[in-house]
Design a protein around this ligand. Structure first.
Ligand SMILES: Nc1nc2c(c(=O)[nH]1)N[C@H]1C(S)=C(S)[C@@H](COP(=O)(O)OP(=O)(O)OC[C@H]3O[C@@H](n4cnc5c(=O)[nH]c(N)nc54)[C@H](O)[C@@H]3O)O[C@H]1N2
Ligand SMILES: Nc1nc2c(c(=O)[nH]1)N[C@H]1C(S)=C(S)[C@@H](COP(=O)(O)OP(=O)(O)OC[C@H]3O[C@@H](n4cnc5c(=O)[nH]c(N)nc54)[C@H](O)[C@@H]3O)O[C@H]1N2
Ligand code: SF4
Ligand SMILES: [Mo]
Length: 800
């Protein structure tokens, strides 16, 4: 295959290893740690001591075609960072005192096994819970370890309220189409773009609440959009802020944060009432169109424009263009999940793609093939759970999407409540004795209402953290901290969407172990029946799983590495027409009706609204006008930057911190002037929940009523022990966001749509005792009860 790029491909042989001078080159995949959703193909250069000295993108790779972001280019800085965890640590002082003793791995395993056996005996394996961060290559490990080794059913995203990352969208997709979708950038075939005989350049690409070039989220490389634009695609950006890629868009709808569902309904209204929908697809393949037609009458463009703070004519024009462009595709992002109505927002957007027939078609929204049927996700090892265990998952009895298995995880807010009260969602006893936190830093980043989580941890007798660094959470809450390997130090197979990719180990850092190794070692100790004797290393584990997977083309990592390190399965379009989606082999979608469900049969059966609807965020200028007199600005949080992946890369002497030394929040200059805030000034951001501080950065493209903060900040250069805790609460927007305020599906939480006021930090209001880290750890600061969610009907609640 030939790629039309400037690299000299001879320099990059399609071999696993070669020598360049004194350096050994290894051709492999970058995944985690440190984190990223992608698995770009890279060349790691190591010196004779096995130290990583240089990283390059692999120009032979059809996935990233040689491209790399800054975090991969600067990877040696983190891999070789002095502050990395080198040995297992056992707490010797009080939690928060930062007093540790170095112990051996055997001692660490003994402590874990002793606790696990004790808790299994006293309160059952269900008193042991595993919690994970975002998609890294820990997913299969943590699941397999939790189910096979600990025996408890509970696993989920670590206190991420409403499991509000991808899962709301994914669960919704499964009820609507029995599959998941992604925008088609010809990514599922090795021959890409014009080399693919079937692929069509999307005429319209909608970027809905995603900033793909910065984030590369959900296994989707942002640069593919640029490739499509070179081939003629144009963009519709739906975002409160003008992003770099959004600045190249044909249309930009600058909506008020948290109003995406209203916008989707308004677009549906235009497309249906102007008869711009795809009659053939709707008639042949969709269910519930007439009900949808009726529902969208409640959302005329005038009203929607008013709700969303956008121009009505722009809304109408953009809707017409999306419907008439052939094909159109939607790439959606996190903002879809991060409101209380995340599921309904996703439903509205799924209806748009459905009624315009942009499903399963070249250049539209394609249905995802998992890499060759390899199950390396949250279900790994589930077969080892004792009968009746899965049903005990926290949140299962409350939320139908959980109960009926539309995502294989527990509900994170229910886990927090169990930590606090020792009870499950029905008020039955459910002590939480042990938390296994692998790849998450929840008081810094993943959890909402960080002070509340910090306090809830006091009730949990044993907390074990597996990480690359000593995080604020580890210092504040852990009893045992285990050092994990980084991407270049692990043998692994990546299966988050096609292609399947191999990671080849080419380094070792002190005593850090792969997450897989920790699981295997614990397995042989805790439940030897579940572990074949020959499975001793991560490579053995991968080979074992490959051999037992039904459709995996390779039986071992070695075969995959020899074949070039990646493999694409046979991707097909129009699977619904070919009978490739349903277990009975019939044409159609794998849903209750066999059709693409614009009105969701299951929601209806469960007594929930089957159609998309809009509801005001729990706090907003229209829902809580009195509160907004005090907190007049709409607050969205968690804007990503190139330099960081969540709380990672904050180490002081990295290129990341050099380029991005402090947390920034974006504010319109007029708004800043109104509240006396200067550009570059440290500023308090506060609401009825709590406060944090960040540095003002002016952005005149924002609506003056909206501000946008960063997330994930801690300061590894600051004091570790309390009250400082690396300054973790000081700049944390998660002092301002509630936990346990989810929509009726259990998914979604108001993380990108709350309210705030801003005022400058001054010597008078910024004494050491005014600092959030001090107020939370030394006082009882923040978590002021409810987020003020009320049942007050809002002016804009148009729900029946
Ligand atoms: N560099 C970097 N990359 C990352 C991450 C990281 O921390 N750093 N995190 C990873 C993770 S776990 C995730 S989930 C993804 C997230 O990545 P994306 O899915 O791309 O989402 P975000 O970056 O959170 O937000 C994208 C856009 O949403 C806009 N936005 C804010 N509020 C709203 C709203 O209410 N509605 C709409 N329509 N837009 C809104 C923001 O202005 C922003 O431009 O990124 C992943 N990739
Ligand atoms: N306010 C606000 N908060 C947010 C968001 C937002 O938009 N706004 N975004 C949310 C979203 S979408 C998500 S997904 C979460 C993400 O949250 P997480 O993915 O939990 O990210 P972190 O909290 O930074 O914790 C990750 C930890 O894992 C460690 N780590 C990295 N790789 C590995 C590995 O391979 N193995 C192990 N054992 N450890 C590893 C890192 O060192 C780090 O300490 O944050 C959420 N928090
Ligand atoms: S998307 Fe960027 S940071 Fe992530 S693996 Fe690829 S190059 Fe590295
Ligand atoms: Mo995420």
């Amino acid at each position: 295959m030939e790629y039309n790029n400037e690299y000299n491909l001879d320099l990059y042989p399609k071999k696993l290893h070669w020598k360049e001078g004194d350096l050994t080159a290894t051709r492999t995949t970058m995944w985690s740690g440190p984190g990223c959703h992608e698995g770009c193909q890279v060349i790691f250069y190591t010196d004779e001591d096995g130290k990583l000295v240089k990283v390059e993108g692999d120009p032979n790779s059809p996935f990233n075609q040689g491209r790399l972001c800054m975090r991969c280019l600067e990877l040696p800085e983190l891999v070789n960072h002095e502050s990395r965890l080198k040995y297992p640590l056992k707490r010797v002082g009080e939690r928060g005192e930062d007093k540790w003793e170095r112990i051996s791995w055997d001692e660490a395993y003994d402590i874990i096994c002793e606790n696990v056996r004790k808790f299994q005996e006293t309160d059952g394996p269900e008193s042991i819970i595993s919690m994970i961060g975002t998609g890294r290559n820990v997913s299969q490990v943590i699941a397999h370890n939790q189910y096979a080794n600990f025996g408890g059913p509970d696993l989920t995203l670590c206190f991420l309220s409403g499991d509000s990352c991808m899962l709301p969208r994914t669960a919704l997709c499964y009820v609507v189409m029995g599959n998941q979708w992604v925008a088609d950038m010809s990514q599922f075939r090795e021959t890409r773009y014009e080399d693919d005989p079937e692929w069509v350049v999307p005429e319209c690409i909608v970027l809905w609440g995603t900033n793909p070039v910065v984030c590369n989220s959900d296994a989707f490389l942002g640069h593919w959009i640029v490739e499509c634009m070179k081939r003629g695609s144009e963009l519709l950006s739906i975002d409160p802020q003008l992003t770099w890629i959004g600045s190249k868009a044909k249309y930009w709808l600058r909506l008020r944060p948290g109003t995406d569902a209203a916008l989707a309904l308004g677009m549906l209204n235009v497309i249906i009432n102007e008869d711009l929908y795809d009659h053939e697809f709707v008639e042949k393949w969709c269910f519930g169109f007439e009900d949808l037609r009726e529902r969208v009458q409640e959302y005329p463009p005038e009203k929607v424009a008013e709700i969303c703070w956008i121009d009505k004519d722009l809304l109408v024009e953009a809707s017409r263009w999306y419907a008439q462009a052939k094909p159109s595709t939607i790439q959606w992002g996190l903002a879809v999940d991060m409101s209380k109505i995340g599921t309904q927002t996703a439903l509205g957007i799924a209806c748009l793609a459905g009624i315009t027939g942009n499903i399963d078609n070249p250049g539209g929204n394609i249905l995802i093939d998992q890499a060759g049927g390899l199950e390396f996700g949250y279900n790994s090892g589930i077969e080892y759970l004792k009968e009746g265990m899965v049903q005990k998952r926290l949140g299962n009895s409350k939320y139908n999407l959980k109960k009926y298995g539309f995502t294989a995880s527990s509900q994170s807010d229910c886990i927090l409540e169990a930590c606090e009260t020792g009870k499950d969602e029905n008020g039955n006893p459910r002590p939480v004795n042990m938390l296994w936190i692998q790849s998450s830093n929840p008081i810094t980043n993943m959890g909402q209402d960080a002070p509340r989580i910090y306090r809830a941890m006091r009730n949990v007798p044993f907390i074990c953290v597996i990480d690359m660094f000593k995080t604020p959470f580890a210092v504040a809450c852990a009893d045992l901290v285990l050092p994990c390997a980084m991407s270049n130090e692990r043998d692994c197979v990546r299966v988050w969407f096609d292609p399947i990719r191999s990671l080849t180990k080419c380094g070792q850092y002190y005593e850090a172990k792969e997450d897989e190794q920790i699981m295997i070692d614990l397995g042989h100790r805790l439940n030897p029946d579940a572990w074949p004797e020959w499975v001793q290393t991560p490579r053995d584990y991968m080979n074992w799983r490959m051999q037992t997977a039904p459709d995996c083309r390779y039986d071992s990592m070695e075969e995959l590495e020899e074949a070039g390190g990646w493999h694409y399965h046979d991707f097909r379009y129009y699977k619904h027409e070919k009978g490739l989606l349903r277990s009975d082999g019939q044409p159609g979608f794998n849903t209750v009706t066999g059709l693409y469900e614009l009105s969701v049969t299951l929601f209806d059966a469960w007594g929930d609204d089957p159609l998309p609807f809009y509801e005001e965020p729990p706090t907003s200028p229209y829902r809580t006008p009195e509160l907004c007199e005090e907190y007049p600005l709409v607050l969205t949080t968690g804007k990503r930057s190139f330099e960081f992946f969540h709380s990672e890369w904050r180490q002081a002497d990295t290129t990341s911190r050099e380029l991005h030394p402090v947390p920034y929040f974006d504010i319109h200059p007029d708004t800043a002037a109104k509240y006396g805030v200067a550009e570059g000034q440290w500023t308090w951001i506060e609401n009825q929940m709590g406060k944090c501080r960040q540095v003002a950065r002016f952005d005149s493209t924002l609506d003056p009523r909206v501000i946008s903060t960063e997330h994930g900040w801690w300061f590894p250069e600051q004091e570790a022990a309390e009250p400082s805790l690396f300054g973790v609460f000081n700049c944390n927007p998660n002092n301002l966001i509630p936990q346990c305020e989810n929509g009726e599906s259990g998914y979604g939480a108001p993380i990108k749509c709350s309210i705030a006021k801003v005022y400058p930090c001054t010597p008078e209001n910024s004494a050491p005792e005014d600092q959030p880290s001090f107020q939370v750890t030394r006082g009882s600061g923040y978590s002021h009860g409810e987020s003020h969610a009320t049942d007050t009907p809002s002016f804009y609640d148009m729900r029946k």
